[in-house]
Design a protein around this ligand. Structure first.
Ligand SMILES: Cc1cc2nc3c(=O)[nH]c(=O)nc-3n(C[C@H](O)[C@H](O)[C@H](O)COP(=O)(O)OP(=O)(O)OC[C@H]3O[C@@H](n4cnc5c(N)ncnc54)[C@H](O)[C@@H]3O)c2cc1C
Length: 305
């Protein structure tokens, strides 16, 4: 069977594309490496979703459940826990996963930017208790946790942990967060102890994390913290392999697309965080929709094009 479109990634961008693909009667398959819902379910199921019109006071998981079930109710075929390893270009596109191989006439990459979490590359980083995201802050209630990083992801994790009753330190190598004003204000009012200009020198423990040694990069002063857990939130290396193998240009973490959402390869489109400068749900939805309409025009050449 040859699909009209294969969508890679079932986050907000991929699901928005899937919804309209069904509406446009395109034979579509969505391949998702993890659970459908993308960052909402994989990175912040517990966090309130901000600035998404009409979804006030809803948590990431609730929004994910809602958008996934909407896409499924329209008939979207989603294969979860199936990672795309390679896309080969020929008369059609052959999409190879860790389980199967599929054929499609167009492909939409909606793979997000989270990729593989960046490491600090310090001693002891592989100890038990050191993680790169927080799936359930409640599990950390009463625990001593160090969050490393200074962006919104780090801020969201620290605030989630603080709200769940953990004792939280946040170490940032600069003297100012790279987070929104809203998150900065929330942190200032929270119980989080900020360690400005601090970097981790090493983690210690016998198999499980017990402590971290940090240093102040302005004064060289060292300090030690007894810990139950550490969350490293210093960004990620996007899983751009498939795109790069195809010869598609990636600037920093962004894929270059034209105003139709098409990459330099005809028939390959991209949407969501991998194309937008503002990496938020509304932008992901809009670019997902754009990509699938463009794929439709590419495949069907309608008179209204
Ligand atoms: C902690 C945090 C809090 C946030 N809070 C908000 C907020 O309150 N409001 C807001 O508007 N935005 C928020 N965002 C941003 C928002 O979640 C993203 O902009 C949005 O999820 C991007 O959607 P996407 O579909 O492009 O990517 P993602 O949601 O990242 O989805 C990409 C999907 O592709 C899959 N994938 C990747 N590679 C492959 C592969 N090779 N094969 C198959 N599948 C693959 C991934 O598993 C993932 O499910 C937040 C982000 C984070 C990390």
């Amino acid at each position: 069977m040859v699909y009209d479109v294969i969508i890679i990634g079932a986050g907000p961008a991929g699901l928005a594309a899937a919804l309209d693909a069904e509406y446009l009667k395109l034979k579509t398959l969505i391949l998702e490496a993890g659970k459908a819902g993308g960052a909402l379910i994989q990175s912040y199921p517990w966090k309130g979703v901000d600035s998404y019109l009409g979804f006030k006071d809803m948590k990431g998981k609730e929004v994910a459940d809602r958008v996934v079930s909407h896409a499924k109710s329209m008939g979207a075929e989603i294969h979860e826990m199936e990672t795309v390893l390679e896309v080969k270009r020929g008369k059609t596109f052959r999409v190879k996963t860790d389980k199967n191989e599929y054929e499609a006439r167009a492909v939409i990459f909606a793979t997000g930017i989270r990729g593989v979490p960046r490491k600090l590359s310090v001693e002891g980083e592989s100890l038990d208790g050191i993680v790169h995201s927080v799936s359930d802050p409640k599990k950390f209630k009463g625990k001593k946790v160090l969050v490393v990083g200074g962006g919104d992801f780090a801020a969201d994790c620290a605030l989630g942990l603080d709200g769940a009753g953990a004792r939280v330190w946040m170490a940032h190598r600069k003297d100012k967060l790279r987070a929104t004003d809203d998150n900065r204000e929330k942190i200032a009012k929270s119980g989080i102890k900020m360690l400005w200009n601090h970097e981790v020198e090493k983690f210690s423990g016998g198999g499980k994390l017990e402590s971290a040694t940090l240093f102040n990069n302005k004064t060289d002063e060292k300090m030690s913290l007894n810990l139950d857990a550490a969350v490293i939130c210093i960004g990620s290396i996007p899983a751009a392999d498939c795109l790069q193998k195809l010869g598609i240009k990636i600037e920093k973490v962004c894929v270059e697309v034209d105003k139709e959402g098409m990459t330099s390869i005809p028939g390959i489109f991209a949407a969501g965080d991998i194309v937008t400068d503002i990496k938020r749900i509304p932008q992901a939805l809009a670019t997902g929709e754009k990509a699938v309409y463009s794929a439709y025009k590419y495949l069907k050449n309608p008179y209204w094009k």
